[in-house]
Design a protein around this ligand. Structure first.
Ligand code: ZN
Length: 244
């Protein structure tokens, strides 16, 4: 069983009629619904929950955390961002969607401001799959298109991705690294750009395929309970530190 928590700041859906129309119960509900499977259990959490819905207990019971935020990044306490960062280093997988590039946990894990160029023109986006052999690209065509999406453009101020899976082209002319994989400590991180709140992006079958695949990829293969820097005895003595 893969235990997924979908975290959403859940703000635009309650304050903007056009967004509410697309996601009446919040985009976390739509994402949770398409992710649910025989081997995937999904919970949701939002900024409205106590402690933003993120506690040590929640993180300990989460294999893969999905993060969507935009207008309320600043409302997430630094302590929560640090908890998420440490959970990833211990081994939890995490998927940052769209404007999650500016979230506190993403910036902490990248170590950069993660700025980018953007424009809301309703451009067409063509997502090119440049690493079709990667498990996150399984089942995707050579490229897929989103009829309207917020334009994100380079330069995107991130560290060089360990693996770059997608490059998007927008009809206004920009290109953008829209699917980036990282490892931090024991944890796997995937950044996926599509998902502006005013367009029905998370209903798109290819977008859903990417997120479903990313959950399986980011599911921890190794995880520790706590971060430590053990002082060790010389090998061969009775109480040598043994990994595992
Ligand atoms: Zn957006």
């Amino acid at each position: 069983m893969i235990r997924v928590t979908v975290w959403n700041e859940y703000f635009h859906e309650k304050t903007h009629a056009n967004v509410k129309e697309i996601y009446p119960e919040g985009m976390h509900k739509v994402i949770a619904d398409f992710l649910a499977a025989d081997d995937v259990v999904v919970k949701t959490a939002t900024l409205d929950d106590p402690n933003c819905g993120i506690t040590e207990e929640v993180l300990n019971e989460t294999d893969v955390l999905i993060w969507w935020g935009h207008a309320k990044h600043g409302a997430v306490p630094d302590e929560v961002a640090e908890m998420v960062q440490n959970a990833v280093i211990k081994g939890m997988g995490i998927i940052f969607l769209h404007s999650g590039h500016h979230s506190k946990p993403f910036r902490r894990l990248m170590g950069t401001p993660a700025n980018l160029c953007w424009r809301e023109d309703g451009d067409l986006e063509r997502v090119w799959v440049i690493k079709p052999s990667h498990p996150i690209a399984k089942g995707l065509p050579r490229y897929f298109e989103l009829e309207h999406e917020e334009t994100y453009g380079e330069p995107f101020d991130i560290p060089e991705p360990d693996e770059l899976l997608f490059i998007s082209w927008f009809s206004g002319g920009e290109v953008f690294r829209s699917g980036c994989c990282y490892r931090r400590g024991n944890g796997k991180i995937f950044y996926f750009q599509p998902g502006h709140e005013t367009f029905p992006i998370y209903y798109n079958e290819h977008v859903q395929t990417v997120i479903k695949n990313a959950v399986r990829w980011a599911n921890p293969d190794y995880r520790v309970d706590k971060l430590s820097a053990p002082h060790v005895k010389k090998i061969g003595t009775s109480d040598s530190y043994i990994i595992g």
